[in-house]
Design a protein around this ligand. Structure first.
Ligand SMILES: [Ca+2]
Ligand SMILES: [Ca+2]
Ligand SMILES: [Ca+2]
Ligand SMILES: [Ca+2]
Length: 331
């Protein structure tokens, strides 16, 4: 009897191990990247697209005569927040959400101001964004509930505060601001407290993206004067520790490299580069190696967002995944 019981356990354990292995493969294969492109409209009307991380299975989620841009995944992968100008209020930018298959598109902003750069909080409950509702010169970071209620202003100055990116624990928000004369990467508590800069130089440091393991922040900067053909400094991608130390440059060329976004396993970064003559989406290893072009068409492809949740429903299959557990076991 005892022996039979052990055999049953062994079989059960084998099944569990095999299931975990296949789930890991499923998760890796089904992670997706959302981005904006005007490939279907030739230069004037952006739409939101998703693709697999190898550039396959491209799917357009929006279709209309206005710009749809800047996608941000909900942490459960079921929805995407984005910016649209389709509202009839003088083409102003508004925050929208839709299901991950493009269904159920709705306006969360519903006002006459410009609102953009949505970033979904890791607990799924809030969306940070930028609004000029305090006047055209004041572009401040706000947060609202994921249904559009309870708006609160987090920054308050007559400058550009932009590109909010949540820390994985949801306690802090990285952003860029030119409040001191040029753009720096800042970090603040999620309620707007303790605002402090992580970079401090005379160049423009922008578009922070917090790594899923919390340890690093990727951003773009023209600080190293890597010049284009006309002699102008171009943006490169950098990473630094989340406290602002150990900055490392990942790209070096005479064209723009912008808008980094981390892979869920922290090993790769998706970004935009003009190295092919127009804006394309690329991925590279987190040390800058193995750069690969995922898009290839003459129109701009930009603002990539890697679906990123350590413990989640994958956006394509809706299968429950155990990636977070595996990551912890791996340490
Ligand atoms: Ca559109
Ligand atoms: Ca700076
Ligand atoms: Ca560059
Ligand atoms: Ca392109």
């Amino acid at each position: 009897m005892q022996r039979k019981y052990s055999l049953a356990h062994l079989i059960l354990a084998s099944v569990v191990v095999l299931s975990l292995t296949s789930l890991i493969i499923v998760v890796e294969a089904q992670t997706q990247i959302a981005f904006e492109s005007d490939r279907d409209w030739n230069g004037i009307r952006f739409e939101i697209y998703v693709m697999d991380v190898d550039g396959e299975n491209l799917q357009r989620l929006t279709k209309n005569d206005f710009h749809d841009r800047s996608p941000s995944w909900s942490p459960d992968g079921k929805r995407i927040a984005f910016v649209s100008e389709r509202s009839d209020r003088d083409w102003n930018r508004q925050i929208y959400v839709m299901d991950a298959d493009g269904g159920n598109q709705r306006n969360l902003s519903n006002n006459d101001f410009d609102e953009w750069a949505p970033s979904w909080s890791p607990d799924g409950k809030r969306i940070a964004f930028v609004s000029n509702r305090d006047g055209d010169l004041n572009m401040n970071i706000y947060v609202m509930d994921a249904d559009g209620d309870n708006r609160r202003r987090l920054t308050n100055n007559r400058r550009h505060n932009s590109s909010p990116s949540w820390s994985p624990d949801g306690n802090r928000i990285a952003f860029s601001s030119n409040r001191d004369g040029n753009f720096e990467i800042y970090v603040m508590d999620a309620n707007g407290g303790k605002q402090r800069n992580l970079t401090n130089d005379r160049h423009n440091d922008r578009s922070p993206s917090w790594s899923p393991d919390s340890n690093r922040i990727a951003f773009s900067s023209d600080r190293d004067w890597v010049l284009d053909k006309g002699g102008w400094p171009t943006d490169e991608i950098y990473v630094m520790d989340a406290n602002g130390e150990n900055t490392q440059r990942l790209t070096e060329n005479g064209v723009y490299d912008l808008f980094p976004s981390w892979s869920p396993d922290n090993n790769r970064i998706v970004f935009v580069s003009g190295r092919n003559g127009n804006a394309e989406i690329y991925v590279m290893d987190a040390d800058g190696g193995n750069s690969q072009n995922l898009t290839n068409n003459p129109q701009p492809d930009s603002d990539p967002a890697w679906f990123n949740s350590p413990f989640s429903v994958s956006p394509r299959s809706r299968k429950f995944t155990i990636w977070g557990w595996v990551k912890q076991l791996d340490r």
